[in-house]
Design a protein around this ligand. Structure first.
Ligand code: FES
Length: 123
């Protein structure tokens, strides 16, 4: 199956229609003038963008460059198998159970794309 192409335009814009439901992608975005590795995923029609940094040991979740394993409604870290809910980034299983991937807040733009508005804070 061909990999979906995701438009990540300068200044951290993501085109939601380019994401395929439950097929996460690992990309780099320019956030505050810094290149940041993120995972973008759409589940139940909602787009989520997480920092691609596992809370266990800080590694990328990728099993290959740009590829993150999806299992049911979860993302799986290739390093030691931590399983994170796609919908909120919470670790459901594995060595960092109870911790979460850092999620970015998204702001819809007039053209339908989403811009990164900064990291959400857990409260
Ligand atoms: S670095 Fe992700 S599970 Fe260990």
């Amino acid at each position: 199956m061909p990999r979906p192409m995701v438009e990540s335009v300068n200044c951290s814009l993501i085109a939601p229609e380019a994401l395929v439901e439950r097929q996460p992608i690992s990309i780099k975005l320019l956030i505050d003038n810094e290149e940041v590795a993120v995972i973008a995923v759409k589940t139940e029609g909602a787009v989520h963008v997480y920092r691609n940094q596992c809370p266990h040991q800080g590694r990328l979740l990728d099993f290959a460059p740009g590829r993150v394993l999806a299992k049911d409604d979860a993302l799986v870290c290739a390093a030691h198998g931590a399983v994170f809910a796609m919908a909120d980034g919470r670790c459901l299983q594995g060595p960092c159970r109870g911790e979460s991937l850092a999620e970015y807040a998204l702001e819809p733009q007039a053209d339908g794309r989403l811009s990164i508005a900064g990291l959400k804070t857990s409260g």
